[in-house]
Write a protein that binds this ligand. Structure first.
Ligand SMILES: Nc1ncnc2c1ncn2[C@@H]1O[C@H](COP(=O)(O)OP(=O)(O)OP(=O)(O)O)[C@@H](O)[C@H]1O
Length: 255
């Protein structure tokens, strides 16, 4: 096993994953640089969610390697992967998946409370992020009383409150209207950049991918445009669609 280069916070090498005998990922390699916003793009069913799940330790690939900084993730057992996710990773899904019995701030504070942070400090941090995300008015409401966009803002606050090293966002705005989508994405990416949180963002929407620094395109579980030198790690080099792009969205917000 070879540890990733220093400037990669995450690295995957030759990932294969199949479900019911059908290949979902078929030899995917990529590196994610510290602090970047990387969009994993591709049509529906191309394997984006599965790739994020393998990178984040939610799924164990059938073969291949995943590294987080200088530590291998793929050989870890379930408890160690869960600890890694709790301590170092955040996840925002397409659906907010909030706890219905808890208020907005309680939902946003949950990762800190699970880590053992004192309730008062967890509450202060959660309220701070809700305010920064223009969701201060969601603090006292339970999820059922909030709109879809408000619930997703609470989910974003929950992910950021934990100050993850890497935030995985799986089509986080797919259920939002375009104005809400643009606003949530702008706030999410601005907050991540100002707090040096690496983001891996799955989307099939080029408008969403435009918020990222770089794109990695999948097609049928493979890199859509692999670099000529695959051993150097697909998605790392200046080749094809998996390349540094000028997609970074200029934003004056300070979150
Ligand atoms: N648990 C599972 N059981 C059966 N098939 C699965 C499972 N997970 C993924 N698949 C299949 O693997 C393929 C890739 O799924 P995946 O969700 O990773 O793609 P995606 O690019 O994220 O798609 P979408 O944009 O629709 O979310 C699809 O054909 C999907 O049906």
């Amino acid at each position: 096993m070879v540890a990733p280069p220093d400037n990669h916070v995450l690295r995957a090498h030759a990932l294969h994953y199949a479900t019911s005998g059908t290949p979902v990922l078929a030899g995917v390699s990529l590196g994610v640089r510290e602090g970047e916003v990387l969009a994993v793009t591709g049509p529906r069913g191309s394997g984006k969610t599965t790739l994020l799940e393998c990178l984040s330790g939610r799924l164990v690939p059938d073969s291949g390697q995943v590294w987080f900084r200088s530590s291998p993730v793929h050989p870890l057992g379930a408890a160690a992967r869960e600890r890694l996710r709790r301590e170092s990773f955040g996840w925002i899904g397409t659906e907010p998946q909030l706890v219905p019995e808890l208020t907005g701030w309680e939902n946003a504070a949950l990762p800190l409370l699970l880590r053992g942070t004192a309730p008062r400090a967890a509450r202060t941090a959660a309220l701070g992020w809700l305010e920064r995300l223009d969701a201060g008015d969601c603090a006292r409401g339970r999820p059922a009383s909030l709109t879809q966009a408000q619930r997703q803002r609470v989910a974003v606050a929950r992910a950021l409150t934990a100050q993850p090293s890497v935030l995985f966002a799986d089509d986080p705005t797919a259920r939002l209207h375009s104005a809400d989508s643009a606003s949530v994405l702008r706030i999410l990416t601005t907050a991540a950049r100002s707090h040096e949180i690496t983001v891996v963002l799955a989307t099939h929407d080029p408008g969403v991918a435009a918020h990222a620094d770089r794109r990695f395109a999948l097609l049928d579980g493979r890199p859509a445009d692999p670099p000529a030198d695959r051993d150097s790690g697909a998605g790392d080099g200046p080749a094809g669609g998996n390349d540094d792009t000028e997609g970074r969205t200029t934003c004056s917000l300070s979150v």
